[in-house]
Every structure is written in C-alpha cells, then in structure tokens.
Design a protein around this ligand. Structure first.
Ligand code: GLC
Length: 474
C-alpha cells in the first residue's frame, strides 16, 4: 500500500470556479476533505481537474503543458493550466471543443459530447505533463466517465502500471450522448461489454463498466439503482456489479453553511440562541412582501424547477390547502413550464405565495434561516443538499422517502418523510407538520435535533479513503 495516494479527481464543475448544481458543491468540497485526512500513515494528494469553460473564474493560472490529442487525421491542441487553492493544485484543460460551447452544459448534445470526450481524454494525458502519476482516477457523472473508461486502456509509464478507478454517480438518468464515432476518431475501441446494447455507446455506462468501484451519493440511492424504477435500464447490469457498488452520502461544507457566521443573514444564531431566528423570519417576510406574522407557518422551496424535484406536487398540494393558514416562498429557475406553474400559484394566492424565478444564493440562505419548513417532494433524489442546509439552519424539512432524503432526515425527529409520489401524500405530511408546529416546545426540539446533526464531510471522506485503499493494487 503506497504511503501517498495520488488521486486525479475530475468533474465538469466545482465551486468556487464554476457551479451549476449539486455536483459543483461536491467537487468543490470533497477533494479538500480527502486531503485533510492525511496523517502519518497516509498522505492523500488529491488534485482536481476541470474543463476551462469560458465561464470559469480562476486567478493566477500558470501554464503547465501544451500537447495535442490525435483525432482522426487531425491534431487537437490542449493547454493545461494550474492554480493552487487552499493548498490543492487545481488544473484546467483548454482546447477548441471546450471553447466551442459557452455554457457548462448545453442543450446541443453534439457540442457536449465533443467537449466532455475531449476533456476526459486530455485530462488523462495531464499526469505525464506534470510528472505526477495517479493511483486513482476518480470520475463524476457522465461528463468525466470516459476518463475512467480511457484509463483502462491507457499504458501508464513504460510497463503496466495499475491505475485504479472510481466513478461517483450523482444522477444516473443523465448518461451522455452516443460517443461511438468520437471514441473511434480518438483511437479508442468500443469494448466488448456486458452492458445492454443501447448503453454500450454512452459515456456513463462505459464508465460504470470500466471502474473498479461505483459510488452512489447515498446508501438509499445505491439500493434504488438496483431496482427497475430507478435503475434506468442498467439495474440488471448494476446487480451484476453489486459487490463494487457503494453508497456514500455527500457531506455539507459546514464552514460555509453555518447560521452562526453566515454573512447573508440579518441576525446570526445557533442552537443555543434559536429565539433569534424569529427576527430572520420577520426580515424575510418583509423582504418578500408577506405579512409579518410570526405564528403563520412559512413554507419554502429552494429548488431547481425540474420534474425530478417534484415541485409540481408541491404546487398542487398548496393549491388544495385553501382553508389552512400558511405562507410560502419559492425560489428557483429551470423548466419554463414549472416556473409558469409557480407564478400561477402566486397569482391564485397573491398575499400568501411569493415566487422568485432566479438563482440567488444570498436569498436562499435567508430563506433557510427564516422559513419554518422546507418542501422537498423529489421523485428521486440521489443525495440532495438543501434538506441538510435547512436542518442546519433550523428549518424543518418535509421530504419524500427517496435517496439521500431518506438517509438524512429522521421522520418525526428532524423532519417529516412521506412515501408516495402524490400531492395528497405530501399534503398529509404538511398537515402533520402544522400540528407539531402548533406545539412550540416540540417544534423547537425538532429544530434543535436538525441543527445538531453532523453533516460534515469527515465520515464520508473516510469512506472514500477506505474505498481507494481497497482498490489500489500494489
Ligand atoms: C445531483 C443530484 C442531487 C445530488 C447532487 C450532488 O444534482 O440530483 O441529489 O445531491 O447531484 O451529488
């Protein structure tokens, strides 16, 4: 077992350089959590590689290599840059296929497949350029799955150096486009796999097939992936890989999400000063134009407007709760139809519902710190972050029993869980929450239990370390 474990960690996005969704939170925090596990027995030299998207914000970039990838008869130039953030080397890969596509993810699948295939294969050349060889290639989702696939056929150093690989699944339904011709043009063969035929040409399945270990971002999601409802046609294949499939829950960057120090809040508070939270509720109501009623339950949604998130179920549930007294704030962008549905709900309840269809990290934090309950009726949720932030900020989550929601919320203790993908089921859970909300003592006990949960990366990073150690072959 090497004393130092070198890990090349690849992702499409990572905070603070570029962030679109939950993957950006994970890739912006897990590599640091891993590095900080280093002790006298083992050093974890984890290094992050990202595409140099035009929207990336990074300072002090130093060129560390210019090389080319052969593609058919052409050579595509690759530039690699390095910056160091909080002690970790972070690399950016640049080249035409990355610049051709302005956004991180495009609706044009051709642009996306070209970009991420190029990125994944170019990133595999990086170690040679910087004279640092990885023991583990760690890919995330379909965008970097081809680096896991490519690492299998790559000859490291002169002889056959074994490089282990891990792929973390953040969202299985997104498997990437058909890349068979692209792979061929880069000189990579499509392997004979035991994947279903349709999946043999897609990055995510190829990455799953090639990796030594597969990680789902929560234990419940890992078991869901083996079922037809969630396995997206790969459930049987994943069944055959059961032994290499692990569920490791994502952590929360608790230094960033800490109500005692969060600069976005009107008033900071912690578990011993929960009463101050009421001030944040009043400020939030005022900012949104809601009546300043301290005893009216204020429901919140902070979510991408996506069917995955079940936001439509929440809209229907709220529509049918006319007789009860509540207020609601909805923050998020995404599917135009769902944004419109949210605005319709606001039009039906102009005094009670406030909708903001934009991304606003500061307002999101004020919502976690001021609202009473967070609704997360997701149809599926590999891990989910909002429910953890909410609990940390004393906002009690009402969630569906899916994936990471099921693993992070304890029904009746830190939040409320309902089973069925149906608005009536959600409504039942909201009504139960309202009853307990009426009993201040019980409610505060729930808030405190949520705030006291340990959602830090520490335990999960240790599980990733143990996994690395189990797949590295001497
Ligand atoms: C995806 C999933 C979400 C998860 C995140 C990070 O966005 O939908 O549940 O928390 O990835 O793993």
């Amino acid at each position: 077992m090497p004393k130092t474990i070198n890990v090349l960690f690849l992702a499409a996005e990572a905070e603070p350089f570029v962030k679109v969704g939950g993957l950006g939170d994970v890739a912006g925090s897990l590599p640091y959590a891993l590095r900080s596990l280093s002790n006298e027995d083992v050093t974890l030299d984890v290094r992050l590689v990202l595409p140099y998207h035009p929207v990336v914000k990074a300072d002090n970039l130093k060129p560390v290599g210019i090389f080319s990838l052969k593609r058919g008869d052409a050579e595509i130039q690759v530039e690699a840059f390095e910056t160091v953030l909080k002690g970790m080397p972070v690399y950016f890969i640049n080249g035409d296929p990355i610049q051709a596509n302005g956004s991180v993810y495009s609706s044009n699948s051709k642009l996306d497949s070209e970009k991420y295939a190029f990125f994944s294969l170019a990133a595999l050349e990086l170690p040679r350029q910087i004279n640092w060889l990885p023991d583990v290639i760690h890919g995330n989702d379909w965008h970097t799955a081809l680096s896991v696939y490519g690492s299998l056929t790559k000859r490291w150093e002169e002889g056959a150096r074994h490089v282990a690989s891990v792929i973390t699944v953040h969202n299985l339904p997104f498997m990437g486009p058909d890349v068979s011709t692209i792979l061929e043009s880069y000189g990579l063969k499509l392997a004979q796999t035991d994947l279903p035929d349709w999946a043999r040409v897609m990055p995510m399945p190829l990455g799953l097939w090639a990796s030594d270990a597969i990680v789902a971002v929560s234990p419940t999601y890992a078991s869901e992936l083996l079922q037809p409802e969630y396995g997206c046609g790969l459930n049987e294949f994943l069944q055959s890989r059961r032994e290499t499939l692990h569920g490791i829950i994502n952590g929360l960057d608790e230094t960033s999400f800490n109500p005692a120090e969060d600069a976005a809040l009107g008033v900071n508070f912690d578990i011993t000063s929960l009463e101050k939270r009421a001030i944040n509720k009043g400020l939030l109501q005022e900012r949104l134009g809601l009546a300043r009623e301290s005893d009216t339950p204020l429901l919140a949604m902070v979510s991408r407007m996506d069917v995955q998130k079940g936001v439509d179920l929440a809209f229907t549930a709220l529509k049918s709760m006319k007789k009860l007294n509540w207020q609601a704030v909805i923050l998020g962008t995404g599917d135009p139809k769902l944004e419109e549905a949210a605005l319709n709900l606001q039009a039906s309840y102009p005094d009670r519902v406030k909708v903001q269809t934009r991304y606003d990290a500061g307002l999101a934090r004020q919502i976690y710190a001021g609202a009473d309950m967070l609704l997360m009726p997701s149809r599926y949720e590999p891990c989910g972050l909002s429910q953890m932030i909410a609990m940390h900020y004393g906002c009690v989550p009402i969630v569906r029993a899916a994936g990471g929601l099921n693993d992070t919320v304890v029904h009746g203790k830190t939040g409320f869980i309902f089973e069925k993908i149906h608005h009536m089921s959600l409504m039942g859970a909201i009504k139960t929450a309202f009853k307990i909300y009426g009993d201040k003592e019980k409610w505060q006990a729930m808030q405190r239990s949520g705030m006291a949960q340990d959602f830090s990366w520490k335990n999960s990073a240790k599980k990733y370390l143990e996994l690395y150690q189990s797949i590295i072959k001497p």
